[in-house]
Design a protein around this ligand. Structure first.
Ligand code: SAM
Length: 276
């Protein structure tokens, strides 16, 4: 038996042509494939002619499976980790397995490949020199606004994964807290037949996708513009309040939230709403 190792393998995010020859080779050479969804990965294995056995490794059994999978690596087996799409560990199961492999001093390799976040960032037309990957926002409105508030002054381009049915509320919250005038890009169905990138302001995207979006969606948002606190026009204040009202906040709370995010006194935000 050769040297055991854990191999983290990236798979396509929609287009089978993106499976690299190295990834196919790793799947064929595996003693065991740890897969998020064994049915889905079974199709991929058949496609590359791999007969490797599979073991499920997903969000609900991650912690319980780590020891067993790494015992097999320690015994000399090549364990390949894949997720449903893209790179394992990126908003997908994988991190605990890699962390424990490293802690146990076991060899870890990765076969690089597609990541929706990077693909969307590159297509967005927004600055790529500094960016922050934020994964999915919290589902509940309060924690979601809180997370966005922490990012409101971040000058880096921000990248978010978005569940299609939550696109409307996520975009409205982004417009409300980050600013309705911020340039952004919504990338849908990347690498697939109906791939589409819409580049517009957050406010316009929130309106366009108020009812949700079809398919897989990644949102890229320009970093905070450089400006002194309080240097926000009445139009922007009004647009932010409107976006927050669309997320279900009442007027008073929306005004307070916008005041906090922009540093503009509540009275002024209220005035902008009155005049709007
Ligand atoms: N591990 C994956 C990666 O490397 O990109 C991400 C997995 S995460 C569970 C799934 C999310 O990634 C989707 O909800 C969507 O936000 C984004 N995503 C995946 N495939 C996509 C695609 N083809 N187009 C746009 N976004 C995509």
């Amino acid at each position: 038996m050769g040297e055991g190792r854990l191999v983290v393998v990236a798979t396509p995010i929609g287009n089978l042509g993106d499976l690299s020859p190295r990834a196919a080779e790793a799947l064929r050479g595996a003693d065991l494939v740890a897969a998020e969804d064994t049915r889905r990965t079974g199709t991929l294995l058949a496609h590359v002619g791999s007969e490797a056995p599979m073991r499920s490794y997903h969000g609900h059994n991650e912690a319980a499976r780590v020891g067993e999978l790494l015992d097999r690596v320690a015994a000399g087996e090549v364990v390949v980790l894949v997720s449903d799409a893209g790179t394992p560990g990126i908003s997908d199961p994988g991190y605990p397995l890699v962390r424990e492999a490293v802690a146990r001093g076991l060899p870890v390799e990765a076969v690089p490949g597609p990541v929706a976040a990077i693909h969307a960032l590159v297509l967005s037309g927004l600055p790529t020199d500094r960016f922050a990957f934020e994964g999915f926002l919290p589902r509940k409105a309060g924690p979601r606004r809180q997370r966005l508030a922490e990012l409101a002054e971040d000058p880096r381009t921000l990248v978010f994964y978005v569940a299609p049915h939550r696109a409307g509320e996520d975009l409205a919250a982004m417009a409300g807290v980050l600013g309705a005038q911020r340039p952004a890009a919504l990338a849908r169905e990347l690498t697939k037949r109906f791939e589409e990138v819409q580049r517009d302001t957050l406010g316009a995207l929130a309106e366009a996708f108020a009812e949700g979006a079809r398919g897989e969606v990644t949102v890229v948002v320009a970093g905070a513009p450089e400006r002194a606190a309080g240097e926000v026009g009445a139009e922007e204040l009004l647009a932010r309040v409107r976006a927050l009202l669309a997320t279900g906040l009442d007027k008073k709370a929306a005004i307070a939230e916008v005041a906090k995010a922009t540093g503009v006194p509540k009275k002024e935000v209220y005035q902008a709403v009155l005049e709007g």
